[in-house]
Design a protein. Structure first.
Length: 223
């Protein structure tokens, strides 16, 4: 498997330095990862570092809580696209979903999807599956389909839990064969990644990307 092309090489720690972002970009080019995923502040920096490369820049919106208004996420998405991001991973409004405010959740997602798609980019929607029951996960999937998202995604890596094979199975079953499914949070080895792909994932988000593709021991740090 050309596993590197399934991976968003990720560094979303709040204390990440410019030197670490530069290293992330160098590693992504060396190992031919699909993208680097960085916090919004670093999008322009990563874009410049990857000029002439096939590696894409991915960033986040409403991260990591998802509790900002739709207009704020829209602004984040627009700025990220303007600065060179090709993909945006937004966090669903978890509290609205759990409150049954489904039209608000749909507006939240659709608002970002419109901005990202105008630029030819892709929108991934992070559920934070560790905070949801199965019925809520199913509803989130259905809303994402209706809202024209490109991917559903398990986790931020900052809340309890992370990607599980069971959740990937559930998400794939609900969204069908065409929508992307991204496994993120706790995917740290080659075996972990393969299990997620076999369950239906089409993208992996990880900070342990090099360990995944080389078999080297993974550090225990959060992504």
């Amino acid at each position: 498997m050309e596993l590197a092309q399934w991976i968003d090489h990720t560094l979303l720690r709040p204390d990440a330095s410019d030197a670490e972002i530069a290293q992330l970009c160098e590693e992504a080019q060396q190992y031919k990862f699909y993208s680097v995923c960085v916090n919004p502040y670093w999008v322009a920096y990563a874009t410049a570092a990857l000029v002439g490369s096939d590696v894409k820049v991915c960033t986040v919106a409403g991260f990591p809580l998802g509790a900002t208004p739709a207009a704020v996420k829209r602004f984040e998405a627009q700025r990220a696209i303007n600065e060179g991001a090709a993909e945006v991973d937004m966090v669903i409004n978890v509290g609205a979903l759990k409150s049954g405010l489904y039209s608000d959740v749909e507006t939240d997602i659709r608002t970002c999807a419109e901005i990202v798609h105008l630029a030819g980019g892709k929108l991934k929607v992070i559920f934070e599956t560790g905070l949801l029951n199965d019925l809520e996960k199913e509803m989130a999937c259905r809303i994402c389909v209706e809202s024209n998202a490109d991917f559903v995604k398990t986790s931020t890596g900052f809340a309890k839990g992370g990607a599980t094979v069971e959740d990937i199975h559930l998400m794939r079953r609900i969204v069908g064969p065409k929508m992307g499914v991204k496994a993120s949070g706790g995917v740290r080895t080659y075996a972990d990644a393969v299990k997620m792909i076999e369950a239906g994932a089409t993208r992996i988000g990880a900070s342990a990307s090099i360990a995944i593709v080389t078999g080297a021991p993974a550090s225990s740090g959060s992504y």
